[in-house]
Design a protein around this ligand. Structure first.
Ligand SMILES: Cc1cc2nc3c(=O)[nH]c(=O)nc-3n(C[C@H](O)[C@H](O)[C@H](O)COP(=O)(O)O)c2cc1C
Length: 406
């Protein structure tokens, strides 16, 4: 049994861009940070920091509705938003000052979106600094592209514009500048390196993945439907985690900047994965929209217990710890061979493994005496049956077989 006193000794605090975060958990820019009251409640619940909903000099409204979901197996695994609101910066300045006065130890990060005009960017940065912001997130990543307003992704999809926007911000910045990147590019490392060259103090990644979540078949309308019309929006939630994890790992491998990992984090295990690929803080939006601020307790307890169990005393000890194990494909050991083994106690005889192996694998599974039996000669150890089994009744075990690669 774990000794609870020792778990408490695990240090969840992190230093990020020279700032002390009491834990690595930050509310990401979005509906949970759309007003000062919500941010205040999140701080009281235990979040170490919050990034405000996007602020700008040219406010714009929202469509209704603006959120649609992707359900799979009875679970909501992603949402698309076509939220387009930009809150007026001037109205937020006194709120930033008030929040900092009430919660001086919490980290408050305005999320700013400016246009091509350098004076607008620099003016906004000076304003939020004066109001008391601890650091600033440059939103170069809003996926909602339309001709009039798409300053976010248009900047963040172009390395030269990213470098220039960062450089302009740094010219007047007295607090750290974190550049928030879009995954909607061919190679995110080119944009991350451009931000680094522009003088960024940190990278946050990722913003939402541009997508179309689905079609209402009955009414033949794209979703979310605003009187029958929709537009491509931003996808977030658990389904985007493989994309965000890959982006963070790529950025960590190619820049020296500290990273705030974002995208699909819904449980403490996800956060640990982000630390391992190089993030030293993490941000959450969709899961807080679905479950509320109180999930912070599970996040903190889960990460503390994991670190203790593994013999670590702090988050920073695991930041980037698996990066050296991510290599290009030719570095894999092609002589390694594993075979599936059946755990009879767990098998419910549903035969999903047999069907998958027959129609998409190597027809290596037969049912014998009610149980799946692996034909080791035919099996190619692809791993499909293990993923298909809903009960964890198949495991991959390193094989003593000296069968060579087929
Ligand atoms: C409804 C909604 C509104 C968002 N608004 C903003 C925003 O104003 N500025 C911004 O940088 N990111 C915004 N985001 C993106 C999130 O901050 C985050 O990068 C993204 O949702 C991925 O994280 P998640 O899977 O934890 O939600 C928004 C996301 C959602 C779902």
């Amino acid at each position: 049994m774990r000794d609870p006193i020792n778990v408490k000794k695990v240090d969840l605090s992190v230093k990020f861009c020279g700032l002390e975060f009491e834990n690595p958990f930050i509310l990401s820019s979005g509906p949970p940070t759309s007003n000062a009251e919500k941010i205040g409640r999140a701080f009281e619940a235990g979040w170490a920091g919050a990034v405000t909903k996007v602020l700008g000099s040219k406010p714009r409204p929202d469509p209704h509705p603006r959120i649609a979901g992707l359900h799979y197996g009875g679970k909501l695994i992603a949402i698309e938003n076509i939220e387009s609101v930009i809150y007026p910066l001037k109205e937020w300045l006194p709120k930033i000052t008030e929040l900092k006065k009430k919660y001086p130890e919490k980290i408050l990060i305005p999320n700013l979106m400016g246009g091509a005009d350098p004076e607008i960017w620099q003016g906004m940065i000076k304003d939020v600094q004066e109001a008391g912001a601890d650091m600033i997130e440059l939103n170069l990543s809003c996926p909602l592209t339309d001709e009039v307003w798409a300053v976010g992704a248009i900047l963040g999809q172009n390395p030269d514009l990213t470098r220039e926007a960062t450089r302009l911000a740094k010219e007047v910045a007295t607090v750290p500048i974190m550049v928030k990147l879009t995954p909607n590019v061919t190679d995110i490392t080119l944009i991350a390196k451009a931000a680094e060259r522009g003088g960024a103090d940190a990278i946050s990644a990722i913003n939402t993945v541009q997508g179309l979540i689905g079609i209402d078949l009955e009414n033949m309308e794209p979703l979310p439907s605003v009187r029958g019309i929709s537009s491509f929006g931003g996808i977030s939630g658990p389904a985007i985690k493989p994309i965000s994890l890959r982006c963070v790992a790529q950025i960590a491998k190619t820049t020296k900047l500290p990273i705030s990992g974002i995208g699909g984090i819904s449980k403490w295990e996800d956060a640990v994965e982000f630390f391992m690929v190089g993030a030293s803080t993490v941000q959450l939006c969709t899961s807080v929209m679905l479950r509320g601020n109180r999930m912070i307790n599970e996040l903190k307890d889960g990460v503390s217990s994991y670190l203790y169990k593994k013999g670590f005393g702090s988050v920073k000890e695991i930041v980037g710890c698996i990066l050296s194990k991510l290599k290009s494909q030719e570095n894999l050991d092609y002589s390694y061979w594993v075979l599936p083994a059946v755990d009879a106690a767990r098998c419910t005889k549903c035969e999903l493994c047999r069907v998958a192996c027959q129609d998409a694998g190597y027809a290596a599974i037969k049912i014998e005496g009610d149980l799946p039996k692996i034909d080791e000669e035919k099996c190619n150890a692809c791993g499909l049956c293990i993923q298909v089994c809903p009960h964890g009744a198949l495991l991959l075990k390193p094989s003593l077989s000296n069968k060579s690669n087929k």
